[in-house]
Design a protein around this ligand. Sequence first.
Ligand code: SAH
Length: 487
Amino acid sequence: MTVYLVGAGPGDPALLTLRGAEVLASADVVVYDRLSVTSLLDMAPADAERISVGKQPGGPRTSQAEINSLLVDRGRAGQLVVRLKGGDPFVFARGGEEAAALAAAGVAFEVVPGITSAVAVPAYAGIPVTMRYSSTSFTVVTGHEDPAKGEGSVNWEAVAALGGTVVVLMGAARCRPICDRLVAAGMAPDTPAAAVQWGTRPSQRTLRATLATLADMDPQPPATIVVGEVAAANLAWYENRPLFGRRIVVTRAQPQAAGLAAELHRRGAEALELPVIAFEPPYDLDRLAQAAAEVGSYDWLVLTSPTGVVRFFDQLPDARSLGGVKVAAIGPGTAAALAERNVVADLVPEQYVAESLLEALSDEVGSDWPGRVLIPRAETARNVLPDGLAAAGWDVDVVPAYRTVAPAPDPDAAALVADAEVITFTSSSTVTNFVDSYGADIVPEVVATIGPITSETARSLGLEVAVEASEHTVDGLITALEDFFTR
Ligand code: SAH
């Protein structure tokens, strides 16, 4: 089988190429290291083997010879091997040596180029590596060799003489000797210089200085150093994102957690997914199946969550039986879940809470009054809606469509949460389950909720709510967070 040498890009998982995503999705084995963007590992099949050949600075490392023979052995064994590498596999990544070893062993390989940090990291810091007229070339050099010891093979005189942009990779630890060397080779000490740490990630930090002063700022690896006129440019865009650098915990259930995390990520945040609820079938699935089969005998079908929609429609034997039934959704998320099944909600209340839905439904008094209403929903939920409808004379059937359960607490997650700045709660059960599983003490400073009911639950558990969405949707929650942090 083939061994793929895949460039993972510099850190932002969205910078993986389409070809990279394609081969990852069919990998039997993924061989990765520290700079190869570990979140991309989730794109490999769940049962793919994941082998770390971690090269932590100073820590234990797998030798290059060992990595080469690992790739050769697995390729020979007929496995589809993805060797994931930070940036581009052929830019200071020893991909050339791995390809040579595979070629010598007669193992088929393919190179999937990646976006190199040499260009993308400056770009994320708002630094173009070339500029018309002023910077007409860029040279990418390794900072791995100590220029002071004269052991290296980098021709610093030639690099300095070229007059374009100089990009130094692996140079954080030797920033001072490198800058000194460039000055000695003829570059002006006041030449703009920048170091971008953890570029393209929410932890990105850009240090701006000159050749004479950059080392005083003590850049930490991994950093990309840029020297030249362009390093004075500050066309910031990534670091300006509204939630840039914020560490935000997402507690809602999968798969919705991933959607919210992606939205936060798009705004520059680092989202930590820690689902504290999961959905299971109801104890009495037959009852749901029965209700779904008889849905045509109701006047209204009322859905109060996207999960309720999914579970109900899973049991619906024939879509035509919905024919004359009116459908109400508690909010736009639920309406969207209905729309995915080609059902347009007849009613969505102005406020996305049960009280509002009750009011809106009561206003709908028509010729079918008092109507029969079916409410497939979570096994445990507030009774505002069914009680209110029943009190108004409606014939109400509440049928459990799913149960929310708390997944086992994840001890590693607790440490991450303690470091986070914000926690989001999208329902009362996310709050109660979080506090049950992890305790109120590790709740991050900023508590953000989707609405007043969730806030009330949070307060009743001793939490202080800093952010509450005024539109009770996930988008509303994101907007509220943006407002909070731009204020
Ligand atoms: N093949 C990689 C480079 C490997 S050498 C590529 O094409 O990008 C490793 C060096 O790349 C680091 O020492 C650092 O200089 C740079 N680098 C990698 N990821 C980086 C990041 N997220 N931010 C800043 N520099 C990074």
